[in-house]
Design a protein around this ligand. Sequence first.
Ligand SMILES: Nc1ncnc2c1ncn2[C@@H]1O[C@H](COP(=O)(O)OP(=O)(O)O)[C@@H](O)[C@H]1O
Ligand SMILES: [Mg+2]
Length: 149
Amino acid sequence: MRLLLPDLEAMQVLGSAIAVALQRGDVVALSGGLGAGKTTLARAVIAALGHQGEVPSPSFSIIETYDSDLLRIPLVHADFYRLNHPREADEIGLDDYRDGAALIAEWPENAGGFAHEAACLSIHLETADSGRIAIAQAGPDWLGREPWT
Ligand SMILES: Nc1ncnc2c1ncn2[C@@H]1O[C@H](COP(=O)(O)OP(=O)(O)O)[C@@H](O)[C@H]1O
Ligand SMILES: [Mg+2]
């Protein structure tokens, strides 16, 4: 699925649609280069889930967790840019963080990738003449709840 995201408003709309459909155990894998819009889309999802306040980029901390009662479901926001090897995702305890939560992963390939998981929604973001485009692929668990129409 190819989605046109001409401006920040379009990112909010897509983020809200993802948040409505999102379930525990899901992964939203956001790929694309620096500045592609991964954190922007992650912020839109986290806000639409009910989070109030700042959403710091996890580019330094690698993992930020959101488990307040305000959120419809707990969420883990990760940025694997700084990982040198996928094994480091295990070493920081990613599986424990993910338990009972949904995961939004920036630079998913640096953690070994998640597309093999049935509950993975892969979204590749690219800059375009007008804003961004997204190439989205939904794993089988997303059948019938894809965040687009
Ligand atoms: N659809 C869009 N159209 C125009 N600008 C966008 C869009 N999405 C994001 N941006 C802008 O791109 C910049 C980089 O976004 P960011 O989400 O930090 O990228 P990444 O996390 O992929 O490095 C931000 O200034 C953001 O406002
Ligand atoms: Mg980012």
